[in-house]
Design a protein around this ligand. Sequence first.
Ligand code: BG6
Length: 474
Amino acid sequence: MAKKHRDFPADFLWGASTSAYQVEGASLEDGKGPSVQDIKVIPEGTPDFKVASDQYHHYKEDIKLMAEMGFKTYRFSISWSRLIPEGTGAVNPKGIEYYNNLIDECLKYNIQPLVTMYHFDLPAAIQAKGGWGNRDTIDAFVNFAKVMFENFGDRAKLWLTINEQNMLTLAGPIIGTFDPTGVENVIKELYQQNHYMMVAQAKAMALCHEMVPGGKIGPAPNISCVYPASCNPADITAAETFSAIRNWFYFDMATAGIYNHQVWSYLEAHDALPEIAPGDMEILASGHPDFLAFNYYSTATVAAFPEDEEYDPNAPVDQQKNGGEPGYFKPVPNKNLLKTEWGWEIDPIGFRNTLNQVYSRYRLPIIITENGLGAHDKLEEDGTIRDDYRIEYLQRHIEQMQLAIDDGVQMMGYCPWSAVDLISTHEGFDKRYGFIYVNRGNFDLKDLRRIPKKSFYWYKKVIATNGKDLENNL
Ligand code: BG6
């Protein structure tokens, strides 16, 4: 018998996401200081972040288009070095003004701002002092949080702490936030940084509750369920271990302030236990999220690590690219799944599985802060962008989110990546994600015109029907 679907909640937050350094441009304009993204070595063949999608100068137009799609929320991040150019000290009035305008523009259309405090763009001045490897960065982050809550907390009520903290730890060199050159014990250094971020996050969550009336805050890691390559119990151990390292560690810490026991044992074995100052564990236990946010693109599949295999101990653990960890797990391809043009496995059913796993463990409302398909979009001669492949990807994920709601998962919102085209973390403008096309190439800035893609009109219908009509019949 066909089961009747439960409705999406009436106040479900449909929207989409961006991040400051990937969308804003104006990278050194109006007093903004450089971030690590502005000083990193840019991958060959891809553009720098000076102009990006130029949302800094196009925000009114962008938000108007988001309103036309019917967005209930817009997830954007605040550039730390636009607000506080040196990371600490003087606040940039032009930075305050820009985010005030952005927030007010959202509210004009009843779009709730969902603000990421930090999305891969540490101020370069903080990096010069050791970045997240320096304990003082905790205080700098808390001060940054205070400035944001003071200035924007009267209107911005939904906050996210750190985007993909787990990827900063597992894949920092790829994102351009960690340089392993000359570091003796890479795992130790990365997990020390991670510890400081955890403490900073807990303090920011507590501060949000203190300073923002009615404010809600949560972490935003990248979460995906981990499959064992077979039903061999050794593969299952590998999957459970990798899931602890990749996923649960971050939510266990955010929700309960505890170090996941499998991660602790893994760090011990690598001589990589973090230094924990007196009082840290109390701080970690004092921050409580109101919801859990996570980014979901694909799942991971792992096998037990073959005993006779060579291994590079300095390779960071990265679900997509690394060779695994001897004694723990080895990533393997999942033959059941198709891949994107960039080799990312597509797993809509895994989305439902992941939602259920997260909800069973933590019982907090969930908002998806990223999910989407990076593709080479083409602007046709008739001025259209027919991104049916993106519609299909999103459609299949929303269908599974519906099934997760039927399962009883408490869903709060869905914000695919990305609201408008922007610069990919390391593939430039070749890899687009947006509902709104931005007319520029990697090096030819053209006119930066905004053009709704076919997915724009499809998503508008999805939102208008609160997720009931997912058909691609436009
Ligand atoms: C997430 C990040 O990891 O994935 C985004 O939070 C990023 O910043 C997105 O853009 C897609 O990754 P990529 O490498 O295709 O840009």
